[in-house]
Design a protein around this ligand. Structure first.
Ligand SMILES: Nc1ncnc2c1ncn2[C@@H]1O[C@H](COP(=O)(O)OP(=O)(O)OP(=O)(O)O)[C@@H](O)[C@H]1O
Ligand SMILES: [Mg+2]
Length: 764
């Protein structure tokens, strides 16, 4: 036993402070003792972590005896489990979350219906909502005076019909509703929860599983570990945490299976749910919020998920979850229930109190019926009755008063479970037990609680690696883009095959470049859904501060760059020689760079739009429309000097303009080439059909009239002349290239700002 305690709390073994005498271990240590322990535990975590890799302060006090797995030697001698061993500092209840009078109203839209009427409510339901709102017809209470509590080690489940306010209550508790809009108090150990403390000690598991589809379960959890576990933790310990979590989540058999998506077979729905929960609880949070973690799962999978929640609670957390129609088995795992109807409490208490509650109310639960289902059905019936659920709400109030523990009663003993420590002390003690394996310095200044677990460059490295693995395992996405680029290139190459140096050839070159350069931008639009899909993962991860937004933006740019190089080279090779473009090696190099810069600017532009427009279809429409305008104002369809003054600003905003002008200069600005000779002056005019001899005579008379000598072979328009005709005179080709590259950077900067401004996920 003593050995196991030292394994878990090695600081107990170091000389200062002395280990508590054996007989004292049964009792709760005093606050001073506890803080001494915490101090010792947090003094030098690096020192604790650098030993042989056996358990340390940061090792996980696994809550439940885990099945012995080969390779987990640490606990082998310690009778396998030992949550009891945490007892000296851990067994008394240290956390109590209490909420009173939570009220949240929104302004009701009055279109059509009468004030206070719910949008989808039937006539008969109206009473429910209308009654409390009679004096405030323009607002609707989604939560109406909800109170309750939850203690460490417990699961509090919120139940109710769809639309009853379950998610809203979870959001309110998880500080996801802005404080101005929410009335009432939420306290942990009697202290109001500030956003920062909550952020670092809690986790919120969203209803959707937002995971990278091509990573395996182990990889997914490992990346979560990289983001959330402190940097002092050695890689071996992080791996150990991941492995422990895999066991805790019951995912051993699926550890090396990919998550999967519509196109790739992966883990089952229940397993995916558990992975999703795992990514949020990797740092072993003290408060865990979940919105319907069992929805869409079969009863066995749902049971598995709730069993996992049970284990998490028993490891010293408070678990608060909403749940739809729990089975009898699941009900047995819950500690407290709150039943909601239209934002009001109709029951709160233990699941075992349900039968007596409803019996006293006059509707006993039949023996053969699921208590939860019975309760929900009864509430639904009341909701559709003329009185609504008011009788139940009133009865609940009376029942609460009746059953409030009186001093000295057996129930009052429960108050011994009320934590005596302040929040800060309790958190410190919890950390010393191995909880909250996070980078946050909660034990120190409460105000400076929230920091990122990793420095910037580590975040970059991990994000880049994760994105690279995911991209590499989905080669089809890249291959489709490559296919699109090569096919477009091949079509262009054959259409514009071996262009000659004639007035028509010059015109065709202009057309070729305009089309080629806008192809780069259109191809980038394909990436929109990918960015959008990733965006949700990003939102979820940055919501709890997994990494800096800037690291994400940079790693996103880094990962997307190598494919662009391949695409650029492919397009350049397919078209340059076939079309017969000028400039040899240096011309080819510039042409390739211009294509690359266009891809870079285009992907930056699309990335930025994906940050601003969260919907795929709208995103596509906007991208395609804006690209069309870019092309229109690029200077190909209408020269710069012919664009009306009030539109000229769009010409300078056009992303296509710069690479287009760059490659034009690369082609026409070299000097020496001739695109119109004397005999070709008549091309594109009614005189083109004249015989050559007649043309020669006309040329001779023009020459004598002007006093210049223009023969049939005299060069009349050089490449530079073509540039002047196209009004491409303002910037040099390298300047064009630089401006294009700068656009790419600018859009990524905008992308960053859109993420900073757009990812405040709170209700107002
Ligand atoms: N911004 C809003 N304006 C008006 N009504 C809203 C708003 N947000 C939520 N509601 C309504 O509040 C009620 C409670 O919503 P909530 O999402 O909490 O329900 P729920 O119990 O979680 O339902 P479900 O089981 O379907 O997820 C619903 O009737 C919903 O339509
Ligand atoms: Mg909901």
């Amino acid at each position: 036993m003593a050995h196991a305690v030292h394994d878990r709390l090695p600081f107990l073994a170091s000389p200062p402070p002395p280990p508590p005498p054996a007989r004292e271990r049964g009792r709760n240590p005093s606050l001073a003792e506890m803080l001494r322990l915490v101090g010792a535990a947090t003094v030098d975590p690096a020192a604790a972590a650098d030993d042989d890799g056996s358990a340390s302060v940061f090792s996980l006090p696994l809550p439940l005896p885990l099945p012995a797995t080969p390779g987990r030697a640490a606990g082998a001698g310690g009778s396998g489990g030992g949550d009891g061993e945490c007892a000296p500092v851990g067994r008394s209840v240290q956390f109590r979350l209490a909420f009173t009078g939570l009220t949240y109203s929104v302004r009701a839209k009055q279109r059509g219906g009468r004030p206070g009427m719910l949008p989808l409510q039937r006539r008969s339901d109206r009473v429910t909502a209308a009654a409390p709102d009679a004096h405030a017809p323009r607002t609707r209470a989604l939560l109406d005076g909800i109170s309750g509590e939850a203690r460490e080690g417990e699961i509090l489940a919120v139940m109710g019909a769809s639309g009853s306010g379950k998610s809203t209550l979870i959001d309110a508790l998880a500080n996801r509703i802005s404080r101005d809009a929410l009335k009432g108090t939420v306290t942990l150990n009697g202290e109001p929860l500030t956003g920062n403390i909550l952020k670092s000690i809690s986790a919120y598991v969203m209803q959707d599983d937002l995971l990278f589809p091509m990573l395996t379960v182990t990889e997914t959890l490992s990346f979560a570990a990289e983001f959330r576990l402190p940097r002092v933790l050695s890689p071996a310990k992080k791996r150990a945490r991941v492995q422990a979590l895999i066991d805790q989540l019951g995912l051993r058999a699926a550890a090396n299976t990919i998550i999967g998506d519509e196109g790739h077979r992966g883990v089952s729905g229940g397993e995916r749910r558990r992975v999703s929960i795992g990514t949020d609880i990797i740092h072993d949070p003290i408060l865990l919020f979940l919105d319907e973690p069992t929805s869409g799962l079969d009863s066995t999978s749902a049971f598995m998920v709730v069993k996992v929640l049970r284990r998490i609670a028993e490891s010293g957390s408070i678990v608060i979850t909403s749940i739809h129609q729990p089975s009898q088995r699941i009900l047995g795992l819950l500690d407290r229930l709150i039943l909601l109807s239209s934002g009001r409490t109709v029951f709160s208490g233990t699941p075992s109190a349900l039968p007596s509650y409803f019996a006293e109310f006059g509707f006993p639960v039949p023996d053969d019926e699921n208590r939860a289902e019975f309760a929900l059905d009864l509430i639904r019936e009341f909701e559709s009755s003329p009185t609504g659920t008011k009788p139940l709400v009133d009865f609940h109030r009376a029942w609460q008063r009746m059953h409030a523990p009186s001093p000295g009663s057996a129930d009052a003993d429960q108050s011994s479970l009320v934590p005596t420590m302040s929040l800060k002390e309790a958190i410190s003690a919890s950390i010393s037990r191995g909880k909250l394996v996070s980078g946050s310095d909660v034990a120190g200044e409460a105000a400076s609680v929230h920091t990122y677990a990793n420095p910037f460059w580590v975040e970059m490295k991990v994000l880049t690696k994760r994105s690279a693995i995911n991209t590499r395992r989905m080669p089809e996405l890249f291959l489709i883009r490559l296919g699109a680029v090569v096919v477009t290139g091949a079509i262009l190459a054959t259409v514009f095959f071996r262009l000659d140096q004639s007035p028509k050839g010059a015109q065709e070159r202009l057309g070729f470049f305009a089309f080629a350069m806008s192809t780069m931008f259109y191809t980038c639009a394909d990436a929109l859904p990918v960015f959008l899909q990733e965006r949700y993962v990003f939102l979820r991860e940055t919501a709890y501060g997994a990494y800096r937004r800037a690291s994400y933006v940079l790693s996103n740019a880094i990962v997307s760059f190598p494919p662009l190089v391949v695409l650029s080279l492919s397009f350049a090779f397919t078209t340059f020689f076939a079309v017969g473009l000028a400039g040899g090696v240096s011309g080819f190099a510039f042409y390739t760079l211009a294509i690359l810069a266009s891809f870079w600017a285009g992907s930056g532009f699309v990335t930025f739009l994906s940050g601003v427009i969260p919907h795929v279809m709208i995103g596509y429409t906007v991208v395609v429309a804006i690209l069309a305008y870019f092309l229109l104002f690029s200077g190909f369809f209408i020269n710069r000097d012919r664009i009306p003054g009030y539109w000229i600003w769009f010409h300078y905003l056009s992303l296509v303009k710069y690479p287009f002008e760059g490659v034009l200069q690369n082609e026409f600005g070299r000097g020496g080439e001739c695109f119109v000779r004397g005999a070709q002056i008549f091309d594109n005019s009614p005189l083109a059909a004249l015989p050559d001899a007649v043309k020669a005579r006309v040329l001779a008379s023009i020459s004598s009239a002007l006093g210049v000598g223009i023969g049939a072979d005299t060069c009349v328009v050089t490449g530079r002349g073509v540039l002047q005709q196209a009004a491409v005179t303002q910037l040099g080709k390298w300047e064009c290239l630089l401006v294009t590259v700068a656009w790419g950077f600018l859009f990524r900067l905008f992308f960053y700002f859109s993420l900073v401004l757009g990812s405040k996920n709170k209700r107002r």
